[in-house]
Design a protein around this ligand. Structure first.
Ligand SMILES: N[C@@H](CCC(=O)N[C@@H](CS)C(=O)NCC(=O)O)C(=O)O
Length: 202
């Protein structure tokens, strides 16, 4: 197996933290996005989306979505479980992972890519999308704050992929102008705790 990675990426960080939680180390190739290596025909032949992470299996299969990669690793290495263990736990983890991706990560990402100098030449930036992403993300952080007043982790009593997604989203938010609002103590408590895990800097 070979993992195509991007050290500074958010989806790639999700996979690195997941692997670190599992104690799994994979041969890794760093793709230099600044040099356009992800748009190179050789890379596009592996992943026409031109994105990382990409997990290349020994039989040539290419897995190119961070959650798909994590699910595959979970099947091979079930311990510790990061997708839940019972039918209801699995459903709750799925629910919260989708929510943290759709409601938190994507709005934070929208704000970042539609306002940062880095993306200026890479796409048509729309100020309205940036503003909407910022407002929506902050609204969803207040919502999550209320949820985290009731339990230790995003999907229940245990750290799961939903925490990893939210953790990576909030790292991006912190670095790109959409931080945790000052009046969200439960979200701040949770973020401080997950940031202290040994895997947080993977
Ligand atoms: N939905 C994909 C998103 C992948 C993605 O957008 N990756 C970023 C880096 S974290 C990327 O490769 N960007 C390249 C580009 O924007 O050209 C996943 O979860 O894996």
């Amino acid at each position: 197996m070979k993992l195509y990675d991007l050290k500074t990426g958010t989806s790639t960080r999700r996979v690195r933290i997941f692997l670190a939680e599992k104690g799994v180390k994979l041969p890794t190739v760093e793709v230099d996005m600044l040099k356009g290596e992800n748009k190179d025909p050789n890379y596009l032949a592996k992943n026409p989306m031109g994105t990382m992470p990409l997990l290349e299996l020994d039989d040539g299969t290419q897995l190119a979505e961070s959650v798909a990669i994590c699910r595959y690793v979970e099947e091979l290495h079930p311990e510790p479980p990061l997708f839940g263990t019972t039918p209801v736990e699995r459903a709750l983890v799925e629910m919260w992972n989708r929510r943290t991706e759709l409601e938190l990560l994507i709005p934070i990402m929208d704000h970042f890519v539609h306002s940062s100098a880095f993306y200026k030449e890479r796409l048509t930036q729309m100020a309205d999308v940036a503003r909407r992403g910022h407002t929506r993300a902050q609204d969803r952080m207040h919502w999550l704050d209320g949820e985290l007043a009731k339990r230790p982790f995003i999907a229940g009593d245990r750290y799961t992929i939903a925490d990893i997604t939210a953790q990576c989203a909030l790292i991006l938010g912190k670095n790109t102008g959409t931080p945790i609002p000052a009046d969200s103590p439960h979200l701040a408590r949770w973020f401080s705790e997950v940031s202290k895990r040994p895997t947080a800097r993977a």
